[in-house]
Write a protein that binds this ligand. Structure first.
Ligand code: DX5
Ligand code: ZN
Length: 208
C-alpha cells in the first residue's frame, strides 16, 4: 500500500511540512488544490505553488478540487507530477481529460465525492489509472472519516476483477479508520494524522 501525504493541515509552515515529508518513507506528496468554486476554499496560486513544489523530493500526486479544468489541468501538467486527479463532478468531458493526461504521460485519477454513486464512473474504469474515493466532503483537512462510503468502496473494488485500475482513498485516515479500507485500496492519502505531529515517520509507520 502506497502512502501519499497531504500538507494541507499541518503543525508547521507549508515549506517546512514539505521538507519534513521529504525525510520520511512516504511515496508521494499529495497536493490539494482548491479554487473557491468547486469547493468554498481557495488556495490556488500557481506562481507560489511552483516555487513551493520545487522543494518536494517526493513524486507529486495532484488532487484538483476545481472546476475550469481547461486552465487547471494545463497548469498542473507543468508541475510534472506523476499523477493528476480531477473530480468526476467537475466536468462533462471526462474522456477528453483522460486523453490529455495520457498524452502528457501522466497517470490519471478520477475522484468521487462521498455522495457520488459508483455507476457514474464505471464507463471510465478501463481507461484510468486509479479512482480516488473521497471519505470526507472535499475542502478541509482534519475531518472525520465517513463510513457511509464503505459500500461504494466495496462495490468499486469488485470491478478490479475486470479492469486494472487502482483505488486510492482520501480523507480522515488515521491508525484506526485505516482498518476499514486497508484490504480494498492500493493507496491512502493522509494529512493531519501525519502532519499535525512532530514525528512524521512514526505516524507513517503506524499506518503501514
Ligand atoms: C480534503 C483533501 C484531503 C485532506 C486529507 O479536501 O482532499 O486530501 O487534506 O487530510 P486529512 O487526512 O486530514 O483528512
Ligand atoms: Zn486530497
Amino acid at each position: 500500500m502506497k502512502i501519499a501525504v497531504s500538507y494541507l493541515k499541518s503543525k508547521y509552515s507549508k515549506e517546512e511540512t514539505i521538507e519534513r515529508i521529504n525525510q520520511t518513507s512516504a511515496d508521494y506528496l499529495h497536493v490539494d488544490l482548491m479554487d473557491g468554486s468547486f469547493v468554498e476554499q481557495n488556495n490556488l496560486n500557481w506562481k507560489e505553488l511552483t516555487k513551493l513544489l520545487k522543494k518536494s523530493q517526493k513524486p507529486l500526486d495532484i488532487h484538483l478540487m476545481t472546476n475550469d479544468l481547461d486552465i487547471q489541468i494545463m497548469e498542473a501538467i507543468k508541475q510534472k507530477p506523476e499523477m493528476i486527479t480531477f473530480h468526476l463532478e467537475a466536468t462533462k468531458e471526462v474522456s477528453k481529460w483522460i486523453k490529455v493526461l495520457k498524452k502528457a504521460k501522466i497517470k490519471v485519477g478520477i475522484a468521487l465525492n462521498p455522495d457520488t454513486p459508483i455507476n457514474l464512473v464505471i464507463p471510465f474504469l478501463k481507461e484510468v489509472d486509479f479512482i480516488l474515493i473521497m471519505s470526507v466532503v472535499p475542502g478541509l483537512g482534519g475531518q472525520a472519516f465517513l463510513k457511509s462510503i464503505l459500500p461504494k468502496l466495496k462495490e468499486l473494488s469488485s470491478y478490479r476483477k475486470e479492469y486494472s485500475f487502482k483505488i486510492s482513498i482520501d480523507g480522515g485516515i488515521n491508525e484506526e479508520t485505516i482498518f476499514n479500507v486497508k484490504e480494498m485500496v492500493d493507496m491512502i492519502v493522509s494529512g493531519s494524522y501525519i502532519c499535525q505531529n512532530e514525528n512524521y515517520e512514526e505516524q507513517i509507520k503506524k499506518l503501514r
